[in-house]
Design a protein around this ligand. Structure first.
Ligand code: C2E
Ligand code: MG
Ligand code: MG
Length: 592
């Protein structure tokens, strides 16, 4: 911008065939008080085009009058050659139509020859220049906006959206040329520490440096994008043969792991890389990205700082999962599920108070599949609700038909089941249909399942019906006593890992004792699972936990073996109770 009163120096390209006219124009412009025009005169359009390509001008003044019908085409060409220069045209009075067309074709202004005065000429040129400058600013702002829509502002690499599109195009090209296309997913190791220790500005600096290293490594042809945080992706250039992709990526990894100078300090980060290749691993962009991501995840889980490919192994895992889901679906409908039952013993009353029903999958090929392998899959695949309904009905039927009337049944449920609005109704229906005493049924859920509001509602509804509620695996999660205050539980079940860690005289034993005391003080029952040894039994007994469950007494067994344990006088669990140590309850000798 020029301050008022300040004289502007303008390089003006004059396209004028007529010497006399050129002279007149020169005279008129030399009298301007607001700008100094430095005139560069040419006589032909072609000369003008040449000049525009080789020199910088503030504006072009072009006489249309003497030219033929091709002038407009020339004008257009001139405009193309010098996009950043406004063009003002001069025309004869009877050529006004032509002048107008010139404006439509991109001229900034037109002037009629007979009407031109010195002031009008310089003012028109200056207006054209100023307007042109403003238009350019708008264009630059638009360009900036569209850059930001497709690029990461920090590293200037493509962003997630642009990447998806670019990858699609690159995959099309590779397919047309019958070539492989490898995609590499990079996640930095230890980047958070840089951010935390050196600050976000330093973290940003490092990311820019990583982006530059990647760009230099892969070259201008390849796609490089930042997907967010410290995650980058790029395609392997076609010049790298498939067989060399891994060593090539390994070399890049060591390059990323070289020292960084940020915030005036030396620092380092590691990198985990995952590679997937189209078409062998995937045929669509999203799928290929997912595969590379899975491979990167594999690199992370194998200890970071390495390159992994989306190998057959990974693919096998995915298809195994697929088979598992299908098999499980069939098992739920086809009767390949079974329940086993493990007794819960009250060591004080010397009797079995309940059984816990535990589900098994009798797989035609793999044999007995434990619930830890298929319950999470059932949850993800939305099958845990029908599975749970089957478990509930089966366990309740066994309870009704095979257990003595003073024995209960504990059934595990997943949070997915409890977050079904009609869960309590399903339970009530089962109880009614089997004519069961509701308090003989105990629903076991884990602490973490209580996060959801609907779960809490279901629990209240269950309690209303008279069903008992147990918090399973207590001691593995937050072990929150506030939670115990808020949820309507009857029983707390101390997790087996906790029980097994607690040796006599250890801190764990003290904590265990405190949990038992606190739970009892809240008016809840306490049960310990995973009792495998006489020591564990006695340790819990001395701390006041009377209900126990574990391999020491019995492993989970089929109904026909498990249920009779409650009434058989010679059942092995009774022998265990003979080893209960009552001496700890005797008064201790006074200390001196
Ligand atoms: P959980 O409810 O905590 O069940 C106790 C697990 O510990 C059972 O494993 C049981 O066999 C095992 N166990 C019992 N006594 C001992 C012992 O003395 N030592 C050791 N080391 N382990 C013992 P299981 O049957 O493999 O079940 C694992 C988990 O699967 C269960 O943990 C429960 O959370 C879940 N689960 C089992 N059945 C069902 C079901 O029908 N529905 C749902 N949603 N989950 C179930
Ligand atoms: Mg359980
Ligand atoms: Mg448990």
């Amino acid at each position: 911008m020029h301050e008022e009163g300040e004289s502007q120096q303008i390089e003006l390209l004059l396209v004028e065939e007529d010497d006399l006219a050129a002279k007149r124009i020169g005279e008129m412009l030399s009298g301007s008080r607001v700008a100094t025009f430095a005139l560069h005169r040419v006589t032909e359009v072609d000369q003008a085009l040449y000049a525009l390509q080789h020199e910088q001008f503030g504006a072009v003044l072009m006489d249309l009058g003497l030219h033929d019908a091709h002038t407009l085409d020339s004008l257009l060409r001139a405009r193309f050659a010098a996009k950043s220069v406004p063009i003002v045209v001069l025309a004869y009075q009877d050529d006004e139509a032509l002048a107008l067309r010139a404006v439509k074709s991109g001229a900034a202004e037109f002037l009629i020859k007979g009407e031109v005065s010195a002031t009008l000429l310089s003012r028109t040129l200056l207006h054209a220049i100023e307007r042109h400058r403003m238009l350019q600013e708008v264009e630059q702002a638009k360009a900036r906006e569209s850059f930001l829509a497709r690029n990461d502002p920090l590293t200037r690499l493509s962003n997630r959206y642009a990447f998806r599109e670019e990858l699609g195009e690159a995959m099309d090209v590779a397919r047309e040329n019958d070539r492989d296309l490898s995609l590499v997913f990079v996640d930095l190791d230890g980047f958070k520490a840089v951010n935390d220790n050196l600050g976000h500005a330093a973290g940003d600096e490092l990311l820019v440096d990583v982006a530059n290293r990647l760009r230099r490594w892969v070259g201008e042809e390849a796609i490089v994008a930042r997907l967010g945080g410290d995650e980058f992706v790029f395609t392997v250039p076609a010049s790298v043969p498939y067989a060399d992709v891994i060593p090539w990526a390994e070399e890049l990894r060591t390059h990323i792991e070289e020292v960084y100078h940020v915030a005036g300090l030396e620092t380092w980060v590691g990198a985990s890389l995952g590679i997937a290749t189209a078409p062998r691993d995937a045929e669509r962009p999203d799928e290929l990205t997912r595969c590379a991501d899975a491979a990167m995840y594999q690199a992370k889980s194998l200890g970071r700082g390495r390159v992994c490919t989306y190998t057959e192994h990974l693919r096998d895992m995915a298809s195994e999962r697929f088979e598992l889901i299908n098999g499980l679906r069939e098992a739920i409908h086809g009767g390949d599920l079974a329940l086993v039952y493990q007794p819960q013993i009250d060591v004080n009353d010397q009797r079995i108070v309940a059984f816990e029903a535990l589900v098994r999958w009798l797989h035609p090929v793999r044999g007995m599949v434990p619930p830890s392998e298929f319950i999470p899959v059932a949850e993800e695949a939305g099958m845990v609700v029908p599975l749970g309904e089957w478990v509930l009905r089966k366990a309740a039927t066994v309870l009704k038909e095979m257990a003595p009337p003073d024995v209960g049944m504990a059934v595990n449920v997943s949070s997915r089941q409890l977050s079904q609005r009609d869960f309590a109704e399903t339970v009530q229906r089962t109880i009614r249909e089997l004519d069961l005493e509701p308090s003989r049924l105990e629903i076991e859920l884990t602490e973490s399942a209580c996060a959801d509001r609907q779960v809490i509602r279901s629990l209240h509804a269950l309690r209303e019906i008279g069903v008992r509620i147990a918090i399973d695996d207590f001691g593995t999660g937050y072990s929150s006593f506030t939670l115990l205050k808020d949820i309507p539980a009857h029983v707390v079940k101390i997790d087996k890992s906790f029980v097994q860690r607690a040796r006599a005289g250890s801190k764990d034993e003290v904590i265990l004792g405190a949990i038992i005391q606190m739970v009892t003080a809240l008016g809840l029952d306490v049960i310990a699972e995973g009792i495998e040894t006489t020591e564990a039994m006695n340790l819990l007994y001395h701390r006041g936990c009377m209900r126990m469950q574990g391999y020491l007494f019995s492993k989970p067994e089929e109904a026909r073996d498990a249920l009779p344990l409650a009434s058989r006088p010679d059942a092995p669990w009774r022998e265990c109770l003979e080893r209960l140590d009552d001496s700890a309850f005797l008064p201790r000798p006074p200390r001196d």
